[in-house]
Design a protein. Structure first.
Length: 132
């Protein structure tokens, strides 16, 4: 590995790139990049960024969220997530009418549910009561 490549690895790690991305950019083995980073104590996680969006605060405690790449966070910790879900468990019901029998039913958080039970699904989908 050349001195130029070593300097590039340092720069890429400061930018928050991972081992795989760096190895592809520099056309090096991923194990070479990992070894260099380990020897030079560059194995810290990528620097998180705070995204300026409407979902920038925890639903439970309203602290600012530190977003990293990937799916946006909704809660700052598991404790806040468990607390919020336990407090709002009964508020997640949605009323819908069964596509087969027409009776109203609660969907328990799933707004796209169409049938009140499996038997109605079978009857509507396959034209019978499902007990053949």
């Amino acid at each position: 590995m050349t001195e130029k490549q070593k300097q590039q690895i340092l720069n890429y790690r400061k930018e928050g790139l991972g081992h795989t991305a760096i190895s592809r950019l520099l056309n090096l083995s991923i194990n070479t990049v990992k070894s260099f980073c380990r020897r030079n104590k560059l194995n810290t996680k990528a620097t998180p960024i705070i995204l300026p969006d409407s979902k920038g605060h925890c639903k439970q405690c309203d602290l600012p969220l530190i977003q990293t790449k990937g799916k946006p966070k909704t809660f700052c910790s598991d404790k806040c997530r468990f607390t919020w879900w336990n407090a709002n468990r009964n508020n997640l019901d949605h009323q819908a009418n069964c596509a087969n029998c027409g009776s109203p039913f609660d969907t328990r958080g799933n707004k796209s549910r169409k049938y009140c039970n499996h038997a109605c699904y079978i009857a509507n989908r396959y034209g019978g009561d499902g007990r053949d």
